[in-house]
Ligand binder design. Structure first.
Ligand SMILES: [Zn+2]
Ligand SMILES: [Zn+2]
Length: 353
């Protein structure tokens, strides 16, 4: 990684100046942290489909220029006077950057719905960078043995998948629509819990179908194929609204369809009979800090192993392009420090020590 001025400690960050722009590499001095902030040396940052929505201008609350990235693993380098974390602590930085603590949702244990929340890589800078600032109260303390690149997908894909799976209640037979980052992690947890997974991919995407079967899916096929059996629940991770009536038609009476994406194309009209029979349709929004704690434990118990494809930080645009084109199985991960780029340790090792 190049540093134009060796005199001052510098950081490199990849900046999205406006919707539909390419990323711009920017060197700047390391920021100071104040209050409850910590300065984090980023080891790795996962690439999420939401980053594509940021690039496409599809996130209504996003502001630009913005550094994307909300699946960050790094180490606390410096701490503000009121920070809750010590330098040297291994942390994860998720989507939720801060909440107000005061609105009806915060007071009701639903901080994921906070009316005044901020989000990393959306309206606060994220982890497509060698360093970033984060509010220590919203960082997730990670096991020091977790390998950085391996752990990044847990921080959004895993967490949203986890929240979606929990909303499916005790469902035994679950259809997953869109088999990418979230699906590949949560399939492992669902299998660990003894559930049956049926994976629906883009029609003809035999790579994703093989991948789903390798992870223990009982069946995998295209989203244009009929479900081979009635489902107790459906989790939709693909941003395709036409999957909603489709999934409602695949579930039993009393079952749920849960939409895990932050953005989806319009849902076509469908006959009421598809919702009848106490079928439920709901979305999953953001995460709470408790979700982070609960999921990291569940992931460790289930031995979830992320499948990752790594890129140097400066090739973040390539990672976004590959994700958009469906060329990645599992999760794309940016290696953000020189050490990680040299060793590329994300390609080996178990996620939990
Ligand atoms: Zn995400
Ligand atoms: Zn709030």
């Amino acid at each position: 990684m190049t540093q134009p001025d060796a005199e001052l400690p510098q950081m490199l960050r990849m900046v999205l100046d406006a919707p539909r722009a390419r990323l711009r590499a920017e060197h700047r001095p390391l920021p100071a942290c104040s209050g409850t902030e910590v300065l984090i040396r980023v080891a790795a940052c996962g690439v999420c489909r939401t980053d594509l929505h940021l690039q496409d201008g599809e996130l209504p609350t996003a502001t630009y220029p913005r550094v994307p990235g909300h699946q960050v693993v790094g180490e606390v380098m410096a701490a503000g006077p009121h920070a809750a974390l010590m330098p040297g602590t291994r942390v994860g930085v998720p989507w939720l950057a801060s909440t107000c603590g005061d609105c009806r949702f915060c007071r009701n244990g639903q901080e994921n719905l906070c009316e005044n929340a901020h989000f990393h890589g959306c309206d606060v800078d994220g982890g497509y960078a060698t360093h970033m600032l984060a509010d220590s109260r919203y960082c997730i303390v990670l096991d020091a043995h977790l390998e950085a690149a391996q752990a990044t997908p847990l921080l959004c894909a895993g967490l949203i998948g986890f929240r979606s799976l929990r909303m499916a209640g005790a469902a035994r037979s679950i259809g997953i629509y869109g088999f990418g980052s979230a699906a590949h992690l949560i399939t492992q947890l669902a299998r660990h819990e003894g559930r049956r997974i049926l994976a629906f991919t883009r029609p003809g995407d035999t790579m994703a179908q093989d991948f789903a079967r390798e992870l223990g899916a009982a069946w995998a096929g295209g989203s244009d194929e009929p479900a081979p059996e009635a489902l107790d629940a459906a989790l939709i991770f693909a941003p395709d609204g036409s999957l909603v009536p489709r999934a409602l038609g695949d579930i039993r009476q009393g079952g749920s369809v849960i939409c895990g994406g932050i953005h989806m194309s319009d849902i076509p009209a469908f006959p009421y009979a598809r919702l009848w029979g106490e079928r439920q349709l709901r979305s999953v929004a953001n995460l709470t800090r408790q979700d982070g704690i609960d999921f990291m434990q569940a992931a460790a118990d289930a031995g979830i192993r992320a499948h990752i494809t790594t890129y140097p930080l400066e090739q973040a645009d390539d990672a976004l392009d590959d994700l958009r084109a469906g060329r990645i199985s599992g999760t794309a991960v940016l290696l953000c420090d020189e050490h990680a780029q040299r060793g590329a340790p994300g390609l080996a090792g178990e996620p939990h020590g």
